[in-house]
Design a protein around this ligand. Sequence first.
Ligand SMILES: [Fe+2]
Length: 207
Amino acid sequence: MKIIEQTKYEKLFSTPLFRFQATDPIKLNRELLDEGRRLRAASEGVSKSNRGGWHSPGNLFAETVPCIEKLRTMAEAAVLEATAKVSSKFDPQSFRLKTFAWMNANPSGGFNAPHTHPGAHWSGVYYVSQPEVETGSSGQIEFLDPRSDLPNWRMLKAPAFNAKKAIRPEPGELILFPSYLVHWVYPNETDEERVTIAFNATFRPLK
Ligand SMILES: [Fe+2]
């Protein structure tokens, strides 16, 4: 017979990570790659957390091209769905959703150093092309535990207390996480380019 019963279990201070999948990504990804090539021919790009490769300048979501507009609509839908999932008290109607996006082309050897996206609520990445790999960590994005180090808890082998979490999304996937979360991208060890579109999403009160 049980001598004590659990009455409540709360996940305090947890960090949400969402994954979405575009329902029909083949044509969209082809168009996004074409658009990327066009933009790349027109700009040398800028240097941010990327090491090697190309980072588009300005706000990609300001481009009035159907494939970019489609992706922006998808990103906004994902942000609203994720926000509703983490909060039942937030009314998006009282806010304007501001988004800012850029394209990353990560060639062989290219990677992204650990960073956060200060000032935004949500950050996301849409995977346009991802090299095929059998082994190794090419194309993985890794998230680091934002809490102070928890060495004593790691031995419990509980996912909630892990120091890091790496995932390798497929083309057509969109991932979404709070912008405070430190993340980085493993070096691309293949000969193919890895192309992603990253974005920040911020809610601003309506005036
Ligand atoms: Fe990032």
